[in-house]
Design a protein. Structure first.
Length: 1125
RNA sequence: GCUGAAGUGGUGGAAUUGGUAGACACGCUGGACUUAAAAUCCAGUGGUCAGUAAUGGCCGUGCGGGUUCAAGUCCCGCCUUCAGUACCA
């Protein structure tokens, strides 16, 4: 094959890349094994949604980075798992189906094929044998299975994990639900074992549903009747749907929800042990939104005498207490060491005040006081404490010191089996109050600043407590706010509105009456939907109080609140607050909570912003639920009958009576005897039941797919135990930061759940995560002139106005012909006058404005010159077919701006075209060369010529000008130095994910080796391996030419040898007062003194000194010399 | 408002623990090769001032201070941009 000679000589990316892509596919080069002696490494990209538009150059950025890392790890001797798949359920396919009637499965299939072709073109080392698609029944079988696992589980607070529902049922049978501590619905009534056993089947199921990790609940949603679907908040603009502008109403709907709130604390804690970007962790932390404070109950005034607890201690006495607390006796310390570790409800406090007494230890929630015996008036104390509702346990000093464990055991038993104690009559008074308003506050320390309360308009108490006189205005207000969506209410912060209910609440400490208002600044969905308003300490409360003339009591020492609320916590002392006066924030907070707990109207609480996640969607193209309804109660379909396959429907729209699209299916009923999906006709039969009509949300399939890759074809389990045990978790996960509070939170939630159930071996699914930055498009603009006739110009006749501009064509002006709008106007006007489009008599009447219009970037070359004819004939530019172009130097120059890459901005660059013209290796190198992986950066195709010519130079190193030729001669010192410098830098860069700098390192290496005319095998062979993760095709070809039969992909990474980099001399920068003046080549063997001597004798130094003596000479060997004058 | 990230030539971006600011590219300018273009190769390229030139001076990492022999890098105070988020009680 003689023709090859020249072809080989020329680096031909097209042939080479096709050849090796075929080789990899045929030899399954990147197929990972679940058994290997090598250490494992799992690199994963967030899988894409296969959209109809295909990939643009922004999409592969993260894939290239992960591919480089995966290939690098193979060179380093790891067994690498690097799979890819498709998140193939989604809205666009459904929208398309609605418009065209095409089955979403079909369009999805086509889009996947396009994606696959595009991905293959770029030469990724994916193991396609493990491909997953969330929309394939083999996959969603296991999504349904996980749903059932969640349904069959509850969250036990005592063990702090999810447990099988059977353990709960067992407890209910034996002892009812009094001892159960679970994350469950709020309104659960207490029942005994007898009561449970007497429940009907349905009652039991209803009760269990309140505990299950996935459950049905009535959720308030944005319902759009015209579209027949629920809309997310951001799909609503100005109260109407974003699509089609249809009205949206708030409506309660029964929906599946996921009890993610059970995992709130663990999701927070888990962030500490994973190596994820800080901003991403922060946004998850904010999203979970833990806030520590207190729940406080305010009684609604019912006309009875006020109840108030008197204050027990002054501030001075409290200060004295502090000292007591810090000076404990030996026995006291011994016992405290044991008690202080108790957490939660059994938490103990030391040296606290109960009434006028100081007790040694107290557990407020369990009402237990522990004291040392031998105090004065022991009997009086006991009686008082019992009256207050406490049990008292006493020990002598000796008892504690000799056997502290015995004492602790006694205390524990008292906690577990509390003795009955006489109730005080105070509590009965409280029970007599008809209504209570519960509020959550992070500032219980400011409770004496409460001057009113505000309820959300939707709060259930509003209708009950509103007085007759206020009824009208309250109802009018509620009506007005109901029209506005929650988002609108949130967006409009400035308007203050509200209404007085006429009712009053009793301040629990002071016993004073405070007004109860409703206001839409209080959100029903956060906390309890009610707030205790402290106008002096909260700006919203302050504004509200000012607006409605409610008093604003000041409870801060020496703080002026005449203009605004004082929201700082630290450094301010509380005043006018009874027993809290004089205390700083932290102390006041603790004491306030303590007193609330003691008096029984409040307790410390941690509140989370994180809401349970709604899991139902009124869509077609999603996972069907494995659920049917019997007697109105949901029933799971047994595992062995999964998957429940999505039924065929005629129409993908909701039904006419507002049911989800699956309501159109005719084969959608469950035959519980035959165990299969049957026609709806059979619903008359007693054993046939309706199936769930909702489908699962987009995040269902993506919340566990990373586990499926470990054993993607398993039909018996979602992955085998062995494979899960082997691969464990993702070692490196790369994807966009837009998933911070969606996918990445839900996936962590499911992983923790699966971990609790013993299904997966680790409770965090990704050790390290990197967010790749977005690649931005460089949009091109043309500047269009629009002509108007000035208003009030004196032309009385409308028609003549039109005549003036009738002949004016669309004019488009090149970018550099104007610097301002005024210049633009005069350029256009002159042009119009010169070409007789405008009558000079009317010139002054015409006004020209400038509009920038996106031009397709494919019509613009690298010098910003527009293909004018191409623009005129562009399919989307019909309006400009006859436009006049004002050129500069014969060409039209466009304006440029960096924007998000998007079809509508005509700035999308297709990777296929780049691969065709420059090659996949160039694309890969260039995407990495653009800048740091995490950073957003603009795409400019012109820059690709740099990496392209680098590849050509690399290629040339292996050729003698005519044919492939490498020499087996010994390399020179310089050649070895270049190689090892490169090995070191590239290795460091890859480990630090600094891919952009290693591309420059390659360029430097190739430039140096070209200068050295190096063609030594011992240099060029390792060089090919170094380059191979970045530019795998050319590396394979060179490797092959070097005589290797095997793929380069598992060749050992070259080993860095520091001895080649040892230098004997250094070109020192000599600076004066920190400013570098000249350099001096000096041996590194020289001592400091020798260096100083040589430098000081140098004539340039003498010139710089100008005869002055240096004040100081700083010499850092190997670094710098600085002379201070 | 809050949280986070970032501000360096005409452009993308380098600069490991404070130690020669602007690596590597793009672009631009000039040159070689060519009938010409493309491709390729060579040289120059932060600003400014002085000089025919070699060269030299000064200024330069968003702004204002500070620490240090030495600051893009550390500290204090601002400004701007981007991203996320929000009546969160």
């Amino acid at each position: 094959m003689q023709l090859l000679k020249e072809q080989i000589m020329q680096y031909n990316h097209l042939d080479i890349e096709k050849k090796w892509q075929k080789f990899w596919a045929e030899n399954q080069t990147f197929k990972a094994s679940n058994e290997s002696d090598k250490p494992k490494y799992y690199v994963l990209d967030m899988f894409p949604y296969p959209s109809g538009a295909g990939l643009h150059v922004g999409h592969p950025l993260g894939y290239i980075a992960s591919d480089i890392y995966a290939r690098y790890k193979r060179h380093k001797g790891f067994n690498v798992l690097h799979p890819q798949g498709y998140d193939s359920f989604g809205l666009p396919a459904e929208q398309y189906a609605i418009q065209t009637g095409q089955h979403p499965a079909k369009t999805t299939e086509e889009n996947v094929a396009t994606y696959r072709r595009q991905l293959d073109n770029i030469g990724f080392s994916f193991d396609w044998s493990r491909e997953v698609r969330t929309s394939s029944p083999e996959y969603y079988k296991w999504t349904q299975w996980i749903f059932i696992q969640l349904f069959d589980s509850w969250y036990n607070i005592n063990t702090d994990k999810a447990e099988d529902i059977s353990t709960l049922i067992k407890t209910f049978k034996k002892e009812g639900n009094t001892s159960v501590k679970a994350v469950a619905d709020e309104e659960i009534t207490v029942f005994s074992a007898d009561e449970w056993n007497a429940f009907s089947n349905k009652e039991q199921e209803e009760t269990l549903l309140k505990y299950r990790l996935t459950f049905l609940s009535d959720t308030e949603v944005n319902w759009c009747p015209a579209l027949g679907t629920v809309l997310a908040n951001d799909e609503i603009v100005n109260g109407v749907s974003e699509r089609g502008s249809h009205p949206v109403i708030r409506k309660k709907m029964t929906q599946w929800s996921m009890r993610i709130s059970a995992y709130a604390q663990r999701l927070l804690d888990g962030l500490e042990k994973i190596d994820w970007p800080q901003p991403l962790k922060d946004s998850q932390t904010n999203w979970i939104g833990r806030s520590q404070g207190a729940m406080v109950s305010f009684n609604v005034d019912n006309g009875s005498d006020k109840v108030s607890s008197e204050v027990k201690l002054t501030y001075k006495e409290l200060e004295a207490l502090k000292e007591v607390r810090q000076n404990l006796s030996k026995a006291e310390t011994t016992l405290w060491d044991e008690l202080k570790n108790k957490k939660g409800a059994s938490k103990f406090r030391k040296k606290y005040t109960i009434g006028t007494f100081v007790v040694d230890y107290v557990c407020v929630t369990k009402n237990i006081i522990v004291e040392f015996s031998g105090k004065e008036d022991e009997a009086v104390r006991t009686e008082f404490f019992n009256n207050e509702g406490f049990n008292v346990i006493r020990f002598t000093n000796e008892e504690v010191i000799e056997n502290v464990l015995q004492a602790v055991a006694e205390i524990n038993s008292a906690i577990q089996f509390p003795k009955a104690i006489e109730k005080t009559d105070k509590k009965e008074v409280k029970d007599a109050n008809l209504y209570k308003i519960d509020v959550f506050t992070t500032r219980p320390d400011t409770i004496f600043g409460v001057s009113f309360m505000t309820l959300a308009p939707e709060h259930e108490l509003v209708s009950k407590i509103t007085t007759k006189e206020q009824k009208k205005s309250v109802e009018a207000y509620i009506k007005a706010t109901a029209k506005r969506s929650e988002r609108d209410r949130m967006a409009d912060v400035k308007t203050i509105s509200g209404a007085f209910t006429g009712a009053y609440a009793i301040h629990p400490f002071s016993g004073e009456k405070v007004q109860i208002w409703i206001g839409d600044y209080v959100l029903a969905s956060y906390g309890t939907g009610a707030v205790m308003a402290v106008p002096c300490g909260d700006q919203r409360d302050y504004d509200f109080a000012k607006h409605f003339g409610i008093p604003i009591p000041n409870i801060f020492e020496d703080i002026d609140i005449s203009d605004a609320a004082h929201t700082d916590k630290e450094g301010t002392k509380i005043a006018n607050s009874d027993f809290l006066s004089g205390l700083k924030y932290k102390k006041a907070l603790k004491l306030a909570i303590f007193e609330m707990e003691k008096r029984g109207f409040g307790y410390g609480k941690i509140n989370y912003r994180l809401r349970d996640a709604v899991f139902s969607r009124q869509r077609y193209w999603g996972e069907p639920f494995p659920v049917y309804y019997k007697d109105g109660m949901p029933q799971m379909i047994a595992d062995e009958h999964l998957p429940i396959v999505l039924p065929e429907v005629e129409k993908y729209l909701p039904t006419e009576d507002g049911k989800p699209p699956l309501g159109n299916a005719t084969e959608w009923a469950w035959d519980s005897r035959a165990k299969k999906v049957v026609s709806n006709d059979k619903l008359k039969n007693k054993t046939v039941y309706p199936l769930e009509l909702n489908t699962m949300p987009g995040w269902a399939g993506s919340s566990w797919y990373f586990n499926r890759y470990m054993d993607a074809t398993n039909t018996n389990a979602f992955a085998s135990k062995e494979s899960l045990e082997y691969w464990k978790e993702i070692d490196l996960y790369i994807g966009g930061s837009e998933h911070a509070t969606g996918h990445l939170l839900y996936a962590r939630f499911w992983q923790k759940f699966l971990f609790d159930k013993g299904i997966v071996p680790v409770d965090e699914f990704a050790k390290k995560l990197i967010n790749q930055g977005m690649i931005l498009g460089t949009s091109a603009f043309v500047f269009k002139a629009t002509a108007f006739v000035k208003n009030g110009c004196g032309c009385s006749d409308e028609k003549s106005n039109d005549d003036v501009i009738a002949k004016i064509p669309t004019v488009i002006v090149s970018k550099n012909l104007f610097n301002s709008d005024d210049e633009f106007e005069s350029v256009v006007k002159n042009y119009l006058l010169d070409n007789k489009f405008l009558d000079p008599n009317f010139a002054d009447l015409v006004m020209i404005t400038k509009t920038a219009i996106h031009a397709d970037v494919s019509l613009v070359n690298s010098s910003d010159e527009l293909d004018v004819d191409g623009f005129k004939n562009h399919a989307l530019n019909n309006d400009y077919k006859n436009a006049e172009f004002i050129l500069e130097d014969e060409v039209y120059k466009v304006g440029r701006e960096v924007e998000k890459m998007s079809k509508s901005k005509y700035n999308v660059v297709n990777p296929d075209a780049i691969c065709e013209e420059y090659g996949a290796d160039s694309l890969r190198l260039f995407e990495m060369f653009l800048g740091p992986l995490e950073q957003a950066k603009p795409w400019k195709t012109s820059g690709i010529s740099g990496v392209s010519s680098f590849l050509k130079k690399l290629w040339k190193l292996y050729f003698n000008g005519e044919a492939f030729e490498v020499s087996d001669a010994e390399p020179t010192k310089d050649e070895l130095k270049t190689l090892h410098k490169t090995i070191k830098k590239v290795e460091e860069d890859i480990e630090n994910f600094s891919f952009n700098t290693s591309v420059s390192t390659f360029m430097i290496a190739v430039n140096e080796l070209t200068t050295l005319k190096c063609n030594k095998r011992s240099i060029l062979e390792p060089l090919a391996i170094l380059v191979s993760p970045y530019a795998p095709h050319i590396a394979e070809e060179l490797w092959n030419l070097l005589g290797h039969k095997e793929s380069i992909s598992t060749a050992d990474f070259p080993v860095f040898n520091a001895s080649y980099l040892v230098e004997s001399a250094k070109n020192y920068p000599i600076s004066f007062n920190g400013k570098m003046r000249f350099t001096l080549e000096l041996s590194l063997d020289l001592s400091k003194d020798e260096i100083e001597k040589i430098v000081m004798e140098n004539e340039k130094t003498i010139a710089q000194l100008e005869g002055k003596a240096p004040k100081k000479v700083i010499i850092v060997p190997g670094k710098i010399i600085n002379i201070v004058i």
